[in-house]
Design a protein around this ligand. Sequence first.
Ligand code: M6R
Length: 359
Amino acid sequence: SKGTYEFYMLKEIDEQPAVMRRISNDYFSQDGDVKVDNDIVKAMADSDRIYILAAGTSYHAGLVGKNLIEKYSEIPVEVGLASEFGYHFPTLSKKPFFIFLSQSGETADSRVVLKQVNERHLPSLTMTNVEGSTLSREATYTMLLKAGPEIAVASTKAYTAQIAVQAVLAKAVGEAKNLKVAEDFDLKNQLALAAEGMQELVDGKEKIDALAKKYLPCARNAFYIGRGVDYAVALEGALKLKEVSYIQTEGFAAAELKHGTIALIEQDTPVIALINDPATSDLTRGNIREVQSRGANVMVFAMKDFAHEGDDVILPKIDYYLSPLLTVVPTQLLAYYASKNKGLDVDKPRNLAKSVTVE
Ligand code: M6R
């Protein structure tokens, strides 16, 4: 039930620290070892390329997962939109392994791909929130997200759970390959930091409501920008804002704006800049100045270490590859308040269904 919450979306955003703790409890042993079904780890460690397929928010979680798996398992990863992959299979590597990300486990676009994977007798894993769901039954292996039921159409806690469980998998596979980088990855501690950081961010929700009230009521369009994993979060932040508030929002690789889209920046266009990437934070600051000088209202969500005075949200410190777990929270809250402040039905945006069982 919604309890005291007006909408499930906020309840589910608030539940994310508990979801991180549950994943940490369930996927680590008492003595702190990562715990993943051996068959899954072996099949993945044996593969020469991972293909992650998904739709919508789950696809965005896959983009983050690619970074995690390449970093900590050292296996190349391709991420595809299931709907595009289904009818135009790329040339596969010799030993592919498929991961299907799906909160519901029922997405028809993903089922089309899995059907072909099965016809080719290739190994697959479904990461889903729903035990016994179709994608889970049809894949070789399943890992559960443990996010608890997600009711709001806009996916929030399933996204962060997908990132955390992909990190668990990346570490387990990397350790099976005896990679030092995986052994040194203190994921259990990082998940504790994520839970704490998320709590701090949800506790600061009034600040996000104030930003929504200041910058978004009259906005026709908006932009999220970021580089590296922040680009992946920019895509997710944009999807969330558009689907619940109906403000047309696009996520961009920060430097790409100047290759065309900056033409859309006008007086008071909202631009939300995400900064966690040490390699590019100065460059993104430059992009912020470019849009500011065209009149944009810029909101900056930046990790503590790279924050400047006047930034709107200071993101607690965490491993760069896991930073989406924290960065996404204020983007979820911004979408929530933009929608609620317009008097919209936050949990049931027009034209959308919770699980999309048609192609
Ligand atoms: O159940 P799934 O994770 O397979 O669903 C995929 C998308 O339909 C879903 O993420 C959708 O994009 C959400 N409305 C996003 O908030």
